[in-house]
Write a protein that binds this ligand. Structure first.
Ligand SMILES: [Zn+2]
Length: 238
């Protein structure tokens, strides 16, 4: 039987009621080797994160904000196409391979290392505002149409378990500031803990069709792990 989203939500509610939510850290999921099958029309998240997100969405609606998910679960294949598209664009524009990769990892991850593989992450905008062009730009959240959304999330997201990942902090290295990216902390904190304990970074497989693969050395992986994967909001680390 193919279990649908409602089935998983129902199961979750029952588990919550009897206090039996136990967490298993699934290495394949964290490495992007697994698809999440519990999906709604709007987003794909693990059931527990989906339930919390729905609650947050309802609360935001009362304040006239339409929490719209631009991106949630993303497969390895989807992440690889983002990577390859950027690598091609940057190298066609004249950058060398290593410089192109440095630019890709301002905002995008190496496939197999994206937190979006985990089913706990969302990129959010306000569906009530009509923004032209690229919606995920810092300026929209600080001066533009998503200011209200930004302030609302800063004030309220943690009540529902969501925390910003890539904070505005000049001491933080790795990915650039992303005011739109939130993580469901009760799960993702455990996932990161498991990721570190199991040293999953050393188990990522670089696909033969990944562009720029030849520039990804063990030294690159070391600094990428330290600065990008661990260079996040301290509230999401334990
Ligand atoms: Zn994101």
């Amino acid at each position: 039987m193919k279990k649908n989203f409602a089935f998983y939500l129902g199961l979750l509610v029952v588990q919550k009621l009897i206090g039996q939510v136990t967490l298993t850290v699934d290495s394949d999921l964290l490495l992007g080797k697994k698809e999440i099958t519990t999906t709604t029309k709007e987003f794909t998240l693990l059931p527990q994160a989906a339930l919390a997100f729905k609650e947050m969405q309802t609360a935001a609606k009362k304040d006239s904000i339409d929490l719209k998910v631009v991106s949630s679960f993303r497969s390895y294949a989807a992440q690889k196409s983002i990577w390859n598209r950027k690598f091609e664009r940057f190298t066609r524009g004249g950058l060398t391979g290593p410089v192109a990769i440095k630019k890709i990892i301002e905002y995008s991850t190496l496939p197999g290392t994206s937190r979006h593989h985990w089913g706990t992450e969302v990129d959010l905008i306000d569906g009530n505002k009509k923004v032209e062009g690229d919606v995920l730009l810092e300026e929209h959240f600080h001066q533009g149409l998503y200011q209200k959304l930004h302030r609302w999330l800063q004030k309220n997201a943690n009540r529902y378990g969501f925390e910003i990942v890539y904070t505005k902090d000049s001491l933080r290295k790795g990915f650039f500031y992303e005011p739109w990216h939130y993580s469901y902390a009760p799960l993702s904190k455990e996932f990161l803990k498991g990721y570190r304990e199991k040293e999953l970074i050393y188990r990522i497989k670089l696909d033969s069709t990944l562009l720029g693969k030849e520039f990804i050395s063990p030294e690159f992986i070391e600094s990428y792990y330290r600065e990008n994967i661990l260079g996040i909001n301290p509230l999401l680390k334990q």
